[in-house]
Design a protein around this ligand. Structure first.
Ligand code: NAD
Ligand code: MG
Length: 394
């Protein structure tokens, strides 16, 4: 057991990953303490978390919440310092007061703080997959240059991390096999998905998650983003990363070796396993997740994804093969499309249509420079917004 307690900055503390992380942290007060917590705009929830976990700093990303956060903390007599805005997120990610950063913000909004943690050489528990899709090579380069240790929290990547050779090499690896639950619409025809509502799309059979990733799971874009994420984290080309549908979500992913061995990581579908692994690595600690009962599960099923009903997976592979700024365009268009779908401004099948149209409109360039990637992200969001208003009035 470690002599000193890990000091943790948790970005996205009020989200689904954030609350799973806090659940694990609270089980081990001898090992972990909170240095900083952040939320987007839910001030009251953030203050309540500060009262419970007593971090040195709390950040509300939306600047409009600054005064309410300061007053809320003062009213409870807490010594936690209130800060606001994106620069404050970067500051808590980089602050030497913490050694560990949990990147659990949703979307490209997490890119800057994720990179700040990498630049500061932190142990980086990486849930914010969009930052890897948008700026994967920059992130991996930055982490290597500054000695940051990236521990993947996405359950598939956490599984693969656990199944790869312990020496960090890729010797003998033939393929990575990412499992997909298939989402709430597995087995449905494209035609039957026309009238899907946001609540239907967010009702995932196995996982309770934030609304954006829930919609991504329903379109299979989540798996597409994860293929790109796996490429950057593990350094394998797209043709050696495959997706298999496994509706039980118990096999979290697999590594196929050249001798015919296939190693898999299994567990109940609960993100606390991956978070506990990342927090304690290379040790193992209790996560609160129940032991797997194989006899009760009785069976595992597998099938190939349906490219007709779920075109987003193919769009993601195509963007990864094209490389350069193409994944950034894909991610930006997806964020615009999902937000529009959740707001009732775009039908379910319009999500893939809008992404495809944006990819056809914004030219990808062979760049992996952060400034270029962020400029492309902005341009792709503008274009997707224009295409969206045309689609809505058509
Ligand atoms: P969520 O919507 O439940 O929580 C998102 C968190 O980010 C909240 O704390 C919110 O306040 C904060 N946030 C939102 N927008 C922000 C902004 N513009 N600036 C700063 N903070 C902002 O999302 P989640 O399901 O917890 O997912 C978080 C990340 O983890 C996503 O990238 C998701 O893809 C990834 N992930 C989630 C799961 C899961 O089981 N939920 C599994 C694997 C990966
Ligand atoms: Mg996942």
């Amino acid at each position: 057991m470690t002599a000193h307690r890990r000091r943790i900055a948790l970005l996205g503390a009020t989200g689904s990953i954030g609350s799973s992380a806090l659940d694990v942290i609270a089980r081990h007060p001898d090992r972990f303490e909170l240095a900083a917590l952040s939320a987007h705009s839910r001030v009251d929830d953030l203050v309540a978390l500060c009262e419970r976990f007593r971090p040195a700093v709390a950040v509300i990303a939306n600047e409009a919440g600054h005064a309410a956060l300061r007053d809320g903390l003062a009213a409870r007599g807490l010594a936690t310092e209130a800060r606001a805005g994106e620069a404050a997120l970067d500051a808590i990610a980089a602050d030497p007061d913490s050694d560990t950063v949990i990147a659990a913000i949703v979307g490209a909004a997490g890119v800057s703080s994720t990179l700040a943690a990498a630049r500061a050489g932190k142990r980086l528990l990486l849930a914010n997959k969009e930052s890897v899709v948008l700026a994967g090579s920059v992130l991996m380069r930055t982490a290597a240059a500054h000695g940051a240790c990236i521990l993947p929290i996405d359950s598939e990547h956490n599984a693969i991390f656990q199944c790869l050779p312990a020496d960090g090499g890729r010797g003998g690896v033939r393929r990575l096999l990412l499992t997909a639950s298939g989402g709430p619409f597995r087995g449905r025809s494209r035609e039957s998905l026309r009238l899907i509502t946001p609540d239907e799309a967010c009702a995932h059979p196995n996982w309770v998650m934030g609304r954006k990733i829930s919609v991504d799971s329903a379109t299979l874009m989540n798996k597409g983003l994860e293929v790109i994420e796996a490429h950057h984290l593990f350094g394998l080309p797209p043709e050696r990363i495959e997706v298999v549908v496994h509706p039980q979500s118990v096999i979290h992913s697999l590594v196929d070796y050249v001798d015919g061995s296939v190693l898999a990581q299994l567990g109940n579908p609960d993100m606390r396993t991956a978070l506990a692994y990342g927090l304690a690595w290379p040790e193992r600690i209790d996560s609160g997740v129940a032991a797997l009962d194989l006899a009760a599960l009785a069976r595992f099923d597998f099938s190939a994804p349906d490219p007709d009903a779920f075109p987003c997976l193919g769009l993601a592979y195509a963007a990864l093969r094209e490389g350069g700024t193409a994944p950034a365009i894909l991610n930006a268009a997806n964020e615009v499309a999902v937000a529009a779908f959740l707001a009732g401004r775009l039908p379910f099948l319009g999500i893939s249509a809008l992404i495809e149209a944006t990819l056809a409109t914004v030219a990808a360039e062979p760049a992996d420079d952060l400034a270029v990637l962020l400029a492309t992200d902005g341009e792709a969001r503008r274009k997707a917004g224009e295409l969206l208003s045309r689609m809505a009035t058509a």
